[in-house]
Design a protein around this ligand. Structure first.
Ligand SMILES: Nc1ncnc2c1ncn2[C@@H]1O[C@H](COP(=O)(O)OP(=O)(O)OP(=O)(O)O)[C@@H](O)[C@H]1O
Ligand SMILES: [Mg+2]
Length: 324
């Protein structure tokens, strides 16, 4: 089946200042990502803070232009599509439902806004689809004329989901959609997202720090490290038999969950490398318990594993790479 989204060599760098008298330097937030997202998939994206997850998400949403590489939406280069055409098909749900909802608008008007912007339906039709959508995400019509501040965190995230879905998009890009919520509310929102996916045949990209959440919701998982995908595999296979030592460290960290503190103790120490000065060779080698000589000098390519691909000279050697 052909991909709904196909990204090749996707990269985004930022020029970052280092104070008045020092030159600006280039930070490679996303650095050569190839990814295919097929209809109906839930692609989980995990990795430590700063590895480039949100930057990747913003590019897939068409909100941030890549510095290199291409994104195709069903074979069409995203650069050739206008902003509205993309937002009809690809919608975001972000982490903090409070800052992403206009505090001065009532709930119904927030959810109806995308329909207004795209000029869909009459005012009465928009009101009807908005109320239906609110009902569908578990907010009865009495909430329609409330303001965001009158709702709980979980209710606000339901509003954000209703707003994302009211246009009937095909792809929803969720960036930490449950991270700001209490644990009990998190599972309600996750189950709602899963039900909506089933009912509407949606495709999700689902970014989360929480590997248990990703295991629950994703059909495939991409593990990112310093702007690159270092392992990508079908979910059950990745959790059963992680190949990359970084994936193993992340999975080991699930055993010491600390809600709200992001990925807790990875067992790798605090030495997350400086993204302005990434190490040579495999970017993970300074923290890797299994590194060998080649890891210090040569970047491993993504090579096939049983459940997907991994970039590791030791645990997923590319054909002929070690012999070379
Ligand atoms: N607009 C920007 N200007 C400069 N640097 C940026 C910008 N946006 C992101 N970065 C940098 O790019 C890198 C990746 O950031 P990004 O927000 O994509 O990470 P993330 O994986 O989403 O992290 P988190 O888990 O904390 O949300 C970080 O080093 C960040 O500081
Ligand atoms: Mg982020």
């Amino acid at each position: 089946m052909s991909a709904l989204i196909r990204a090749r060599g996707l990269a985004r760098s930022f020029a970052v200042g280092q104070g008045m008298f020092r030159p600006r330097r280039t930070l490679h937030a996303v650095n050569g990502v190839d990814i295919d997202i097929k209809k109906g998939e839930v692609v989980g994206i995990v990795g430590e803070s700063g590895c480039g997850k949100s930057t990747l998400a913003r590019m897939l949403l068409g909100l941030l232009p890549p510095s290199a590489g291409t994104i195709e939406l069903e074979g069409k280069d995203l650069r050739t599509l206008d902003r509205q055409a993309v937002s009809r098909r690809v919608q975001p749900v972000f982490q903090d439902p409070y800052s992403s909802l206009n505090p001065r608008r009532r709930i119904a008007s927030i959810v109806a806004l995308p329909l207004e912007v795209h000029g869909i339906g009459s005012a009465a039709e928009r009101r009807r689809s908005t109320l239906e959508m609110l009902e569908r995400v578990g907010l009865p019509s009495r909430f329609a004329d409330h303001y965001p501040r009158e709702l709980s965190g979980g209710q606000r995230q339901r509003v954000a989901i209703a707003r994302a879905l009211v246009m009937r998009p095909e792809i929803v890009i969720c960036d930490e959609p449950t991270s700001a919520l209490d644990v009990s509310v998190q599972s309600q929102i996750l189950n709602l997202l899963l039900e909506l996916r089933r009912d509407r045949g949606l495709t999700y990209v689902f970014i989360s720090h929480n590997l248990a959440v990703v295991e629950h919701i994703a059909t495939r998982v991409a593990v990112m490290y310093l702007g690159r995908v270092v392992e990508m595999a079908e979910t059950a296979g990745l959790f059963r038999d992680p190949r990359h030592p970084y994936t193993r460290a992340l999975l080991a960290s699930v055993l010491t969950p600390e809600p709200g503190l992001g990925i807790p103790d990875t067992g790798l120490g605090l030495a997350f490398p400086d993204p302005l000065n990434p190490p040579p060779g495999c970017p993970f080698h300074p923290r890797c318990p299994d590194a060998i000589g080649i890891c210090r000098v040569q970047m491993p390519p993504l090579a096939p594993t049983l459940a997907g691909v991994a970039a590791c000279h030791v645990h997923a050697p590319a054909q002929g790479a070690l012999a070379a």
